[in-house]
Design a binder for this molecule. Structure first.
Ligand code: 5GP
Length: 186
């Protein structure tokens, strides 16, 4: 069965996302020429965004990947996160760009920014594709933002519901029937 059948609404179609990612890449090239930045991304949701963004950046750079999991469950998150996979190289003295899929409460990124800051990079900036400000609990400085979206649970372009739908080529909203009526915990 096609994944598309489970989508209630396409929020951002493939071309819209691609055009904005190209613009973000150009902004980053403008700001980071001559600085050899490292793009630090958090698995798994940011994978598709990172893959497209880095190809929109024609300049010397490197990438590193982390994986984290939140303590507690769902929205009860205390903002404490467990590092499942750490950076593979030191970032001391480097210009770090944190590449995030979506910022919701901001608790995960708030922790991560402190964690990365303790490693003494030359600078840290945040580039997120989706900003969902309605439920923000921690103030996050977003330096590069793809789209501001309403408080809806979105899937596709790397974002999952229960590990599914990451491979949808656009960003959409699930049909309530898929998760049994109530909005899914995220
Ligand atoms: P925060 O700590 O900002 O509340 O959570 C950020 C993480 O929650 C994101 O990296 C993502 O994994 C997950 N998340 C938040 N909102 C959504 C959403 O609308 N859809 C999906 N699939 N994940 C979300």
């Amino acid at each position: 069965m096609s994944l598309h059948h489970d989508v209630e609404e396409v929020l951002l179609d493939t071309d819209t996302v691609a055009a904005r990612v190209t613009e973000l890449g150009a902004e980053l090239v403008r700001d980071y020429t001559g600085r050899d930045p490292v793009l630090v991304s958090v698995l798994k949701g940011s994978l598709v965004f990172l893959a497209d963004l880095m190809r929109a950046m024609d300049l010397p750079m490197s990438i590193d990947l982390m994986e984290v999991s939140s303590y507690g469950s769902g929205t009860e998150s205390s903002g404490q996160v467990r590092i499942l996979k750490d950076l593979s190289k030191p970032i001391e003295g480097r210009d770090v760009i944190v590449v995030e899929d979506i910022i919701d409460t901001g608790l995960t990124l708030n922790y991560l920014l402190r964690y990365l800051g303790e490693r003494h990079p030359a600078s840290i900036k945040v580039c997120c594709l989706l900003d969902k400000p309605a439920r923000r609990l921690a103030e996050i400085p977003i330096d590069y933002r793809g789209f501001t979206i309403p408080d809806r649970f979105v899937i596709g372009y790397g974002l999952d519901y229960d590990e599914r739908y990451r491979n949808l080529p656009y960003i959409g909203v699930l049909k309530p029937s898929v998760y049994g009526g109530a909005p899914p915990e995220d």
